[in-house]
Design a protein around this ligand. Structure first.
Ligand code: PDD
Length: 292
């Protein structure tokens, strides 16, 4: 079966899908995106992702190209036309196509593209059972990381450094030695008192949708959550470490640079959160982050 992509109102063969070379997303990174998980044919936290998309667009003064309801319909069509059971839907909205100029051109219509990726759910599960390694890497990105733009160059360099070090992810560290987030994930530790610590959702991190869902699940378990920055030293001495994202779910971290975390196995509490998140994704209506 051929893969289908969506480009500005049309469903086309993936290999034929294209946008104009003067699309501002291509030339200026003047675009935002979302990645949503599809589990057993259903989108996880669809409302939260669309709310975040709308917010990112508003921050950049790009008009919403179609209503949330129509976005939902297009996502559903993409799942159906690609017979997607488990995987991801990627969608991107750019300011549109115009002769290159830094300032916004007048009378321009946003471009919308959407693609899907099939993922065998067993792959992530195996990694999740053992836990992964992360490296630390300086955070030299711009200061509006709450906007989910396609301007990801520093994240790309950080992830590549992780790959070359045989690691799964790079945790980014600011000038004062505090961890902000991963190159494409949010970062968490379990402190000495068994509380979950993750950075507060300010401009310096992406407000992860998985982060919000995991917070709700943890609270339901009576686990306390402290939203504050934590240092690399706290990270390396934590009882447990994990990361979250729409494609990594809840992923235990068992090594940071050369330091083994705890006994080198995922902490029981993190295992529990991982299972709870899997169960949550299987639900008919997985919408915990709707209040984004
Ligand atoms: N990345 N932080 C950054 C910098 C991210 O790019 C992402 C998501 C997250 C986690 O957000 P969420 O839980 O909403 O997926 C945090 C996506 C998956 C990507 O770029 O592919």
């Amino acid at each position: 079966m051929s893969r289908i992509a969506y480009v500005n109102g049309r469903y086309v063969n993936h290999r034929d899908a294209c946008v104009h070379i003067e699309d501002r997303g291509y030339q200026l990174s003047d675009a935002v995106y979302e990645v949503v998980t599809v589990c057993e044919g259903r989108v996880v936290d669809r409302t939260g992702h669309l709310a975040r998309l709308e917010r990112s667009l508003k921050e950049l003064r790009i008009p919403m190209p179609m209503s949330r309801r129509v976005f939902e319909l297009v996502i559903d069509q993409m799942i159906r036309r690609n017979r997607l059971r488990n995987g991801l839907v990627y969608f991107q909205v750019s300011r549109g196509v115009a002769p290159r100029d830094h300032a916004f051109p007048a009378n321009i219509r946003p471009s919308v593209v959407m693609t899907v990726k099939h993922i065998d759910p067993r792959i992530g599960r195996e990694k999740g059972e053992k836990g992964v390694k992360v490296i630390t890497y300086p955070d030299k990105r711009w200061l509006r990381r709450d906007i989910k733009t396609v301007g990801l160059l520093w994240n790309v360099l950080a992830k590549q450094a992780a790959r070359e070090a045989g690691a799964y992810e790079a945790f980014l560290v600011d000038e004062d030695g505090f961890v902000t987030e991963g190159s494409s994930t949010n970062a968490w530790i379990v402190d000495e008192d068994g509380n979950l610590v993750t950075r507060q959702a300010d401009d310096l991190i992406l407000r992860g949708i998985t982060r919000l869902a995991v917070m709700e699940l943890a609270r339901e378990q009576g686990i306390e959550i402290v939203e504050r920055p934590f240092t690399v030293e706290e990270l390396k001495n934590a009882r447990g470490v994990f990361l979250t994202s729409s494609n990594s779910f809840v992923m235990p971290v068992v090594q940071v640079d050369d330091t083994v975390i705890g006994n080198g196995k995922p902490l029981e509490m993190i295992e529990r959160l991982r299972s709870l998140y899997y169960a949550y994704m299987q639900q008919e209506q997985a919408e915990k982050a709707a209040g984004f």
